[in-house]
Design a binder for this molecule. Structure first.
Ligand code: G3P
Ligand code: MG
Length: 239
């Protein structure tokens, strides 16, 4: 396998089709022939890497509380409101392995002080599951110190600096972590910024893009990769 930057990644699996970040969502994306999926990884109270987007449980489970205040065993007993369970990263990687698929692991520390520990635990799981291969894994994070940690631990695995409305100066962060890509909020991408990112030598990935016309416009401006909630539909629209 050789690394090819994908045009389309399944965002949280395929969150427009199946409950986000569930095994069902990843299986669905893989069965639809999507090679790369994005997932959000966060630590439980007992330090197990769970695949979950929010620090709090309410939106997805209806339960009040925080993910990092429950053990993995407790979390796995919860049912998600729209179906499915909260998987561990190990379980998700098993599914991806079954399909020969690849993982963009977004490191999402539940608290800023947990950034480096979250990165270390993720790397441990990635190694245990045989995803410690630059062709199969790719890290990204809004917590740039987590990326610094992966740069030290696993320099061979590519890193994408995530940038959103509340982010600081991505330029210095990207230099510091030797970023491969800048993963930018699509709503903030203007032509001059796209040109600057490309001129600085980074690949450019945009989240979250669900409108094929916007994807086409961004693509012609230089965006190389899109995180999509219905990746199969986007692939069809762009083909
Ligand atoms: O990695 C792209 C995207 O997932 C970043 O935002 O909030 O959906 O994790 P979010
Ligand atoms: Mg994400």
């Amino acid at each position: 396998m050789t690394f090819v930057l994908p045009l389309i990644l399944g965002h949280r699996g395929a969150r427009a089709v199946k409950t986000e970040n569930t095994l069902e969502a990843f299986r669905y994306a893989c069965q639809a022939g999507i090679k790369w999926v994005e997932l959000d990884a966060m630590l439980s109270e007992d330090g197990v890497v769970m695949v979950f987007h929010d620090e709090t449980l309410e939106r997805l489970t209806g339960k009040v509380g925080r993910l990092d205040e429950m053990t993995a065993e407790e979390l796995q007993k919860l049912s998600l409101k729209s179906g499915g369970k909260i998987p561990t990263l190990a379980e998700v990687l098993d599914v991806l392995k079954e399909f020969g698929a690849c993982a963009n692991i977004e490191i999402k520390p539940s608290r800023s002080e947990l950034a480096r520990e979250t990165a270390r635990k993720i790397w441990q799981t990635v190694c245990e599951k045989g995803f410690d291969d630059p062709d199969r894994s790719f890290f990204s994070s809004f917590a740039w110190d987590a990326l610094e940690e992966t740069a030290a631990l696993a320099p061979q695995i590519r890193r994408g600096v995530l940038v959103g409305k509340k982010s600081g100066d991505w330029r210095s962060a990207a230099e510091k972590v030797k970023a491969y890509s800048i993963n930018y909020d699509a709503d903030l991408l203007a032509p001059e910024l796209i040109a600057e990112i490309k001129n600085r030598g980074y690949r450019l990935m945009a989240y979250t893009v669900n409108d094929p016309d916007r994807a086409k416009q961004l693509r012609s401006a230089g965006v190389e990769s899109f995180f999509c909630d219905d990746p199969a539909a986007m692939r069809k629209a762009l083909s």
